[in-house]
Design a protein around this ligand. Structure first.
Ligand code: SAM
Length: 214
């Protein structure tokens, strides 16, 4: 079993050596899913925030952002990004498996390219307010030839696994497929879901429409 220190130094080493080359632009899925949301007084959590590209984007939009990552190197880069952008983010250095998720705390929770075990997913759902959004993208298993993502299937979701985990929420957008980026192709599942109550809901315009044109 690996502990926080192992995880931290493993990721520090990946960042320092350049073995992991993080993207610098905020995720398109996050941009589209939040573009029409009123972010005044809204609280957001980014799980495994890395270099802070998404958290800083959300803070620039006006969200109050908590962002956790286990890597000291990642978090110091994230802090610097936040300072350059002149935004406040509550950067938390720690293991997300030890994070105390408070019930109904967040309006938006973002997980971008981090594999959460089922137990962590349950904590995330618990910590969303009713009406709150989860925005999640991660690598999936595939038969295609791909260049990017975890080498072990263990850290990739199975087809529909992410969808199944969040099927008790309202799924506003879900897609699996191959994405080609400058450094190669990857197999990704993308999900936007809202914690809801009741059988009938008010839907935002266009999440699916605008995403499917990307
Ligand atoms: C593939 S990177 C993604 C970073 C960021 N979400 C992004 O998309 O740019 C995965 C991140 O997870 C972090 N991480 C790994 N294990 C963690 C843990 N147990 N708790 C918190 N962060 C963790 C790593 O330090 C790394 O920054």
């Amino acid at each position: 079993m690996t502990n926080k220190n192992d995880q931290s130094s493993k990721w520090d080493e990946r960042y320092m050596s350049g073995e992991y080359r993080p993207r610098t632009e905020a995720s398109s899925l996050i941009k589209i899913a939040t573009e029409r949301m009123d972010c005044k007084d809204k609280r957001c959590l980014e799980v495994a925030c890395g270099n802070g590209r998404n958290s800083v984007y959300l803070a620039e939009k006006g969200y109050e952002v908590d962002a956790i990552d286990v890597s000291t190197v990642a978090l110091s880069r994230a802090r610097e990004r936040g300072e350059n952008a002149k935004v406040d983010v509550n950067w938390i250095l720690g293991d997300v498996d030890e994070f105390e998720f408070v019930e109904e705390e967040y309006d938006v929770i973002v997980v971008d390219f981090y594999y959460c075990e089922k137990e962590l997913i349950e904590s995330i759902k618990k910590s969303l307010k009713v009406g709150g959004l989860i925005i999640y993208e991660h690598h999936i298993r595939t038969e295609n030839e791909i260049e990017r993502g975890p080498s072990k299937d263990k850290y990739r979701f199975k087809s529909n696994e992410l969808l199944d985990y969040f099927s008790d929420l309202t799924i506003l957008y879900y897609r699996e497929g191959i994405r080609r980026v400058d450094r190669g192709s990857m197999a990704i599942s993308s999900l936007v879901a809202r914690k809801t109550e009741g059988d009938s809901q008010k839907y935002p315009d266009e999440i699916g429409g605008s995403m499917s044109q990307k």
